[in-house]
Design a protein around this ligand. Structure first.
Ligand SMILES: [Mg+2]
Length: 374
């Protein structure tokens, strides 16, 4: 069995709004073998940048596009291919989008491997601990407390017992920050699990002050209060905060996570499968588990990454919540025939071969804006 084609496709919905949401476009990597098997993966990044990393021709032994490195290889050898891609892209890769593009390839290879063996990815990763996981509705804040309260009511009425609110306008002022979180608590009710995603807006001391304020509303984690590179700040904050600190969604690969793990800088490590692939996400899971911290997925894009997240999260012994993006985007709901979303606040782990989801090719055709590798 050999890789014969690596197709890269960019999809984009019609009305792209200026907001912090990944599910308005997508970059898909589709790996096909000479004997007719196929797998699909995606990256959560700027689609055009990822596509250029897949498409780039040979330039140098350690500066080579991914397609060039994959054609003719055995797709089942996921760990060796990860190492090969890492080494042969060192002059532009190693971190950030270089790893993110590799993650899309890796997701496709694992999907293909599952189909080759007729098994779900969670089984190939070693087996699932959970058949379903409690989901939290993940959504953005309203523009003030009252709007945020209504958003909370909406998702609580939809059956979620946990809701996370994120990003703008958090960080504009202390008064508005407090108003947003108070509105969120009122919206989800006394019993709901409240999670707050600040969106990288404060220094560590301001974040500590907010953590104390949000503890009054019984927020159960404060996510990304600091800029993503402030590892020392996260460690300082985590040692002092009255509520757990979550972060990691921006990290690409094991090397990016390493200092956070070694410095015990976080309570909850959020791993995005569309930035780490299964190969590095499995490695990161083991290291975080042995450090004693908790794991959650990060996912704010299509049902492909939602399915990938579930396969991985189900292999995390102490998985306690699944991030269920509830953005109202056709890409979130229609890219696959299967709807990968919670029902009554719980989400089931897919059990079909590979990712266990199938692309809606009609949807792909209607939203396709660029393609290479056919
Ligand atoms: Mg976040």
């Amino acid at each position: 069995m050999k890789i014969a084609k690596v197709v890269c496709q960019i999809l984009r919905i019609q009305n792209v709004a200026a907001k912090t949401a990944s599910c308005q476009d997508a970059v898909l990597v589709r790996v096909q073998t000479d004997d007719g098997l196929a797998g699909v993966g995606e990256a959560d990044s700027s689609p055009e940048v990822v596509k250029s990393i897949v498409d780039a021709p040979f330039s140098h032994n350690i500066a080579c596009g991914l397609r060039e490195l994959l054609i003719g290889e055995n797709p089942l050898e996921t760990e060796r291919l990860w190492q090969k891609m890492y080494r042969r892209t060192m002059y532009f890769g190693r971190t950030g989008v270089g790893i993110t593009a590799m993650a899309a390839v890796d997701m496709a290879l694992w999907d293909l491997k599952g189909k080759a063996f007729g098994q779900p990815i969670h089984r190939l990763l070693g087996g699932k601990f959970h058949n379903k996981i409690r989901a939290y509705a993940s959504i953005l804040f309203g523009k003030n407390g009252a709007e945020t309260r209504e958003i909370g009511r909406k998702w609580t009425a939809a059956g979620y017992t946990a809701v996370k609110f994120g990003w703008e306008p958090m960080g504009e002022s202390e008064a508005l920050d407090r108003e947003l979180v108070q509105g969120a608590r009122e919206g989800i009710g006394e019993d709901g699990t409240l999670l707050i995603d600040a969106g990288c807006v404060w220094d560590a001391r301001t974040a500590l002050r907010r953590a104390h304020a949000f503890a009054e509303q019984r927020a159960e984690w404060l996510e990304e209060p600091l800029r993503q590179d402030d590892i020392e700040g996260y460690r300082w904050l985590r040692d002092r905060s009255p509520i757990p600190i979550a972060a990691g969604e921006g990290e690409c690969g094991r090397e990016s996570f390493r200092p956070f793990i070694e410095q015990r800088a976080l309570d909850v490590f959020q791993v995005d499968l569309a930035r780490n692939g299964f190969t590095d996400a499995a490695y990161i899971r083991q290291r975080v588990e042995e450090s004693g911290a908790r794991l959650c997925n990060h996912c704010y894009t299509s049902p492909l990454t939602a399915a990938a997240s579930l396969h991985w999260l189900a292999t995390c012994r102490d998985a306690f919540l699944f991030e269920d993006c509830v953005e109202d985007s056709p890409l979130r709901h229609e890219l696959t025939h299967e709807r990968v979303q919670a029902v009554d606040g719980w989400i089931s782990i897919p059990d079909g071969p590979g990712l266990g989801v199938t692309l809606n090719e009609d949807f792909v055709r209607r939203h396709l804006i660029a393609e290479s590798g056919r």
